[in-house]
Design a protein around this ligand. Structure first.
Ligand code: 2P0
Length: 327
């Protein structure tokens, strides 16, 4: 059996940073994200009982070691330990080395393709729970538009899944502008960064305490389609996440000069009347939440920042979907 699926990456506006149960990959804080149109992973899963090992090809390069093991563990999770071996072939519509090839679109597409190839017809709730165990942010890429991922209950693998708050067509003018800083892989993978923050940062407790309030305000803002209120929470949540990481021992520092200059450029735009709010993930790229009418201005401001190599902009995108199924 063979199946092809696609999923888009997503950027959190209220950040997920920390797990309450690492074994089941359950988040310690709720998060809210925007699924991004145009930043797509397509993944084909081919299952055959005659094969003796799994293989993984990403953008025409065969991967071995840790990435292959992580994909194999995810296939076991979706299809059970007695499953046939798989050939997984994946393509990103955006450069893998840009630091945007997040695990979100990868594990969302892999979950949908693996389930279909195994003849399982799973609903979005089940797909999101499975995708989350591959990577927390992947739970959110199962759905389109603006998505909420809840907090988990330790020991209960089904306790955290994503739900859609706003479909892409319900806020079509929303945009995320991304300033691409470096094409280097990051030093600290997000899983390690958040676990180290949880173990050593004196600011991790305050981060956990502030997150539910940030989520509540973001949900209210989305319901009212209030860009200013949503942007305000998004910028605050991103900076609080980085503050907790910066206070770890030793510090987890994803920010680069261009990231901080990007933040100042976005704030300067705002002071001049342009609606734009900063966010940044476990990497150096400054990103801005804005409205379609201001994309050119925001992209130009980010492009002027020293160290920003180019910019991308994305509208709200659709959730993961199955493209083909074949015997
Ligand atoms: C987010 N990030 O909410 C946060 C903000 C990065 C910074 O979710 O350990 O790769 O696989 O569950 O999903 C990146 O973390 O972590 C992430 P795991 P994941 O988007």
């Amino acid at each position: 059996m063979r199946a092809l699926a696609e999923a888009r990456t997503n950027i959190a506006l209220v950040k997920y940073w920390g797990k309450c149960d690492p074994q089941w990959n359950l988040p310690a804080v709720p998060s809210l994200s925007l699924t991004l149109d145009g930043l797509t992973t397509r993944t084909e899963v081919w299952l055959d009982r005659q094969w003796t090992a799994d293989s993984l090809i990403v953008n025409d390069v065969a991967l071995h070691g840790a990435p292959l093991e992580r994909a194999s563990r995810h296939l076991d999770r979706v299809l059970g330990p007695t499953r046939p071996r798989a050939r997984v072939t994946s393509w990103n519509s955006f450069p893998t080395a840009s630091g945007l090839a997040s695990s979100a679109s990868a594990f969302a597409a892999l979950t949908v393709a693996a389930a279909a190839a195994g003849g399982l017809h799973l609903d979005a709730e089940r797909l999101s729970i499975l995708a989350r165990q591959g990577s927390g942010s992947a739970a959110r890429s199962i759905l389109g538009g603006i998505v909420v991922l809840g907090v988990g209950t330790p020991g209960q693998p089904d306790s955290a899944r994503a739900t859609q708050l706003c479909a892409p067509e319900d806020w079509p003018a929303l945009r995320l502008v991304l300033g691409i800083v470096s094409e280097e892989p990051k030093d600290t993978p997000s899983t390690d960064g958040m676990n180290h923050t949880a173990m050593t940062s004196p600011y991790y407790g305050p981060w956990l305490a502030a997150a539910p309030g940030d989520l509540r305000q973001a949900v209210e803002a989305v319901k009212k389609r209030d860009l200013e209120a949503l942007g305000t929470v998004a910028e605050r949540s991103a900076l609080r996440m980085h503050a907790s990481a910066l206070a770890a021992d030793p510090a987890v520092v994803y920010l680069r000069g261009a990231t901080v200059e990007g933040l100042h450029a976005i704030r300067a735009l705002r002071a001049a009347g342009v609606p734009a709010w900063f966010t940044c993930d476990a990497g150096p790229h400054p990103k801005a939440l804005t409205d379609a009418r201001y994309v050119a201005q925001v992209a130009a401001a980010l492009a002027r920042v020293d160290g920003v190599r180019r910019t991308l902009s994305a509208a709200p995108g659709a959730g993961a979907r199955l493209l083909e199924e074949a015997p």
